[in-house]
Design a protein around this ligand. Structure first.
Ligand SMILES: Cc1cc2nc3c(=O)[nH]c(=O)nc-3n(C[C@H](O)[C@H](O)[C@H](O)COP(=O)(O)OP(=O)(O)OC[C@H]3O[C@@H](n4cnc5c(N)ncnc54)[C@H](O)[C@@H]3O)c2cc1C
Length: 296
């Protein structure tokens, strides 16, 4: 398998931001994934798996790690009985397509989550009242100590949380679905997607929700809207005029611009609501958010 150097990660993130990865590989099968993990371990390189990069903000300066993008059979999905078996790199759209074609429902909620089966495990991705925890049976995880299955309970999935350790790679996921007529699935998905389009900047380059929703009567988006942040801009990064919990790349935004917006948002939310917003987006590289009261 080819291991490339200095591959710009901006190509692999939905927000289109990110410097080069020191090493980059696209394993196409479990054995290749295990081989490349060993190659990284020998060189003491940290491993960062990347799905569709839909929840990532990557350092402009690049990252001194081994980035893995699962491809080939690790990015495909198939159905056996009522189980959807997805490679860790299988896009949610592909999983949904396979489930619908087999007349299986339960994955519809993921239609508006532009990630992969494996990325969804790490984040316990969810929407519209459902999440990975509701349907996941087990996941095959490749880590430094070897390869093994983890059940849903072992993964301890909760709101945007799992027990996966940094560098663990989900190679395969099994989801339990339930029979549902294809036409019903199609209609439900259409409704959910229309709802999304009406409220979120789905046609812009973003990394999804910036902050988790706090324990508060207002969600993070509404809170930041009340702080007057819609449309607020640093460089080419701007708080979405449509939904204040999204940051758009409006040109050639840098990670530091986005980070500056996040710091300002946290500062204002703390001052106005006494709430310390917690980030949802994953930072890759040496990026760090300053404490909630401070600007970047
Ligand atoms: C427009 C938009 C809307 C969104 N809406 C939602 C939503 O409604 N609900 C929601 O939960 N999220 C949402 N997101 C965020 C994002 O799509 C999810 O978090 C998604 O699950 C990330 O999947 P990914 O494969 O793109 O992971 P990435 O963004 O590539 O990575 C995210 C994290 O997962 C890790 N990871 C990726 N692949 C693997 C793997 N195979 N094994 C182990 N770890 C892995 C990465 O290292 C990183 O830590 C949205 C994003 C966008 C851009």
């Amino acid at each position: 398998m080819k291991i490339e150097t200095d591959v710009p990660l901006s190509r692999f993130t939905t927000v289109g931001i990110g410097g080069p990865a020191r090493a980059f590989a696209q394993p196409r099968a479990l054995s290749e994934l295990e081989d490349v993990m060993r190659w990284g371990a020998e060189r003491e390189l940290a491993v960062v798996p990347v799905g569709l990069g839909s929840n990532l903000l990557v350092d402009d300066a690049g990252v001194d790690v081994l980035v893995l993008k699962l491809s080939g059979e690790l990015s495909q999905a198939r159905v056996e009985g009522e189980i959807l078996i997805a490679g860790g790199g299988a896009p949610n759209a592909v999983c949904l397509h396979r489930a619908r074609a087999a007349g299986l429902g339960g994955f519809e909620f993921a239609c508006a989550i532009p990630g992969t089966a494996g990325g969804g495990v790490r984040m316990n991705a969810g929407a519209y009242g459902s999440d990975w925890a509701a349907i996941l049976v087990r996941a095959l995880v490749v880590g430094r100590e070897g390869t093994g299955w983890l059940t849903r309970d072992e993964l301890d999935l909760s709101y945007r949380h799992s027990t996966l350790r940094p560098g663990d790679v989900v190679a395969q996921v099994e989801f339990r679905l339930a029979p549902r007529p294809e036409a019903e699935i199609r209609q439900h998905v259409g409704e959910l997607q229309a709802q999304r389009k009406a409220t979120q900047p789905t046609n812009k380059r973003t990394f999804g929700s910036v902050f988790k929703n706090p324990r508060h009567e207002l969600g993070a988006g509404r809170m930041l809207e009340e702080c007057g942040l819609k449309g607020y801009r640093i460089g080419d990064a701007q708080i979405s005029p449509r939904h204040a919990n999204f940051i758009e790349n409006a040109g050639r935004a840098r990670a530091t611009d986005a980070l500056g917006l996040m710091a300002e948002a946290r500062r204002r939310a703390l001052a106005r609501f006494g709430v310390e917003l917690e980030r949802e987006v994953e930072l890759v590289g040496s990026l760090e958010l300053p404490p909630a009261g401070e600007t970047a």
